[in-house]
Design a protein around this ligand. Structure first.
Ligand code: KIV
Length: 272
């Protein structure tokens, strides 16, 4: 482990609650495998989300819908093995919790038992509240997710900013209250106006983590591959790139190919 995270105490849902109370911002990033989880955890991020965005960035699917529960558990188990400090939250994939609270509970239990993760996240408000309530009865912490919910992309038809109109904004406000009352420990707000996100964050007592939701919330989350600049094609306004790994990796691989072709690699020191 590279930095101050080694030997640090594990972040819990209570830590996040305290951070909100003290006005300390929460950092959250996705990771889907052991090696990158080690780096992200070692750098000191508070929460690692094993997002169903793995369906896009790891498997190359167009949407998050195809990824399965078994695949999410496989990704999550590697992330848990690669982390010692961050709270690990795992997305319940599409089709494993909607319209069936018993199925939702079984899915959440499988994630907790088979990956060793610490919490689950699922998308939606009132329409999935019975699933959330049932998962919570087993003592499994639940993170909500409102605003742009990518598992409903075929209902929305587009990835544009959500809740710009008052009717949808009001529904989001009341869904956030519902999630808080049900006992969710935090809520992700994705791609909604900053003013609305701030209003929600100040009106609920649980931490609100934003992505494309401005700076008035309690923390931020980004997809790791996007912020590291591995993907060139995805350029939403909310994304800040902290590296250009696309270029770094392309240059490294090109140099390797050149060295192999020119017989420069391996040299005398690189053989037995
Ligand atoms: O799956 C994911 O990566 C997410 C984040 C965008 C919040 O849900």
């Amino acid at each position: 482990m590279s930095t101050g995270a080694a030997n640090a105490k594990r972040v819990t849902t209570h830590t996040l609650q305290e951070m909100k109370a003290q006005g300390q911002r929460i950092s959250m990033l996705t990771a889907y495998d052991y090696s990158l989880a080690r780096l992200v955890d070692g750098a000191g991020v508070d929460v690692i989300l094993v997002g169903d965005s793995a369906s896009n960035v790891m498997a190359g699917h167009e949407t998050t819908l195809p990824i399965t529960l078994d695949q999410m558990i496989y990704h999550a188990a590697g992330v848990v093995r690669g982390s010692s400090r961050a709270l690990i939250v795992v997305d319940l994939p599409f089709g494993t919790y909607q319209g069936n609270s018993k199925g939702a509970l079984n899915s959440a239990i499988r994630i907790m038992k088979e990956s060793g993760a610490h919490a689950v996240k699922l998308e939606g408000g009132r329409e999935v509240i019975t699933s959330i309530q049932r998962i919570l009865t087993a003592g499994i912490p639940v993170m909500g997710h409102l605003g742009l919910t990518p598992q409903s992309i075929y209902k929305f038809g587009t990835y544009v900013v959500r809740a710009k109109e008052e009717e949808e904004a009001e529904r989001l406000r009341s869904d956030a209250r519902l999630l808080e009352e049900a006992g969710c420990f935090a809520i992700v707000l994705e791609k909604i106006p900053a003013k609305l996100a701030k209003e929600v964050a100040t009106s609920v007592s649980i931490p609100v983590i934003g992505i494309g939701a401005g700076n008035g919330v309690d923390g931020q989350v980004l997809v790791l591959h996007d912020m590291l600049g591995i993907n060139k094609e995805f350029n939403p306004r909310f994304l800040r790139r902290y590296a250009d790994l696309h270029q770094v990796i392309t240059d490294a691989v090109s140099s390797y190919i050149t060295d192999v072709r020119s017989l420069d690699f391996p040299n005398a020191d690189e053989q037995y």
